[in-house]
Design a protein around this ligand. Sequence first.
Ligand code: BDR
Ligand code: CA
Length: 322
Amino acid sequence: MSRVFVIDTDTASDDAVALIMALRAPDVEVAAITVVAGNCGVDQACRNALYTAQLCGSNVPVFRGAEGPLQRALEDASWFHGRDGMGDHGYPMPRRQVETLHATDAIIKMAEAHPGLTLVTLGPLTNLASALRRKPDLERLIGRCVVMGGAPCCEGNVTPAAEFNIWCDPEAAHAVMRGGLPLELVGWHLCRGAAVIDAADIERIKELGSDLGNFAIECNSTAGAAFFEQTGEHGISLPDPVAMGIALDPRLVESSSNHYVDVEIRSELTRGMTVVDRLGVASNTRNRHIWEDLVKNPPNAKVHWSMNIAGWKSMLFELLGS
Ligand code: BDR
Ligand code: CA
């Protein structure tokens, strides 16, 4: 029997690769793609999601969601992914259009129709926070909620403290941390070093000779250059496909642990920082008053610390093949 996925995405170049993985996974039914503003504006992100689904021969419904963060102006990542989020290669308009239902309502509707589904978030958490506000008991209907986001105990990619998806809409992430969902955090630290798609991997993907493989490399051209500028690391970093790989096969995770995790919303310096109680000190008497609303419940998130990178790359190559 197929597992049901709903994917919330601010579709840019690495989101597109993650969508391809899910749409091509043989034992997964993607019931909906819900779109949020983030890497680019929501209309461009919808267009990118529809175009990617079209390349996969999929008619998955795509739902337009939030036009910006809950309380802040949208600051996109066009410097990283290109003005169109896809490396500015001039991809044509998709043949299909978005559905009329709002993404927030679509998340709730899909969860009610498919209790136990896997929700994978690849962008800012605005749509999900809105869904939780409308339906506070949404957690009862979600089997797994795999979040690409955060820089737990590590450096961020927007500021030294924060990763883009959490930084972009920290109030939404703050609310999601309190939503009772079975959260699994796939932070930016998992997408660097050996997880970067290096020159040999790029060659291997090109040698697959598939349209999807070529598209995956081409649309990430700007992102590859920007990643070098940002980190000094050569190659293409694929945060959303890493999260999707773990959603598709949790056995890829090599180490993880449950913790209280909160998100900084007040400071400018550490806006969107994912603060992880790794040593379990949040509930001691000296700190308890600061973490009060979290520590009255069990730890709110599973943080993935390391994964089988070779296994993830094999999965990626397979799903990009013809
Ligand atoms: C996240 O931000 C975007 O650049 C990627 O699509 C990913 O979701 C990484 O910080
Ligand atoms: Ca994304």
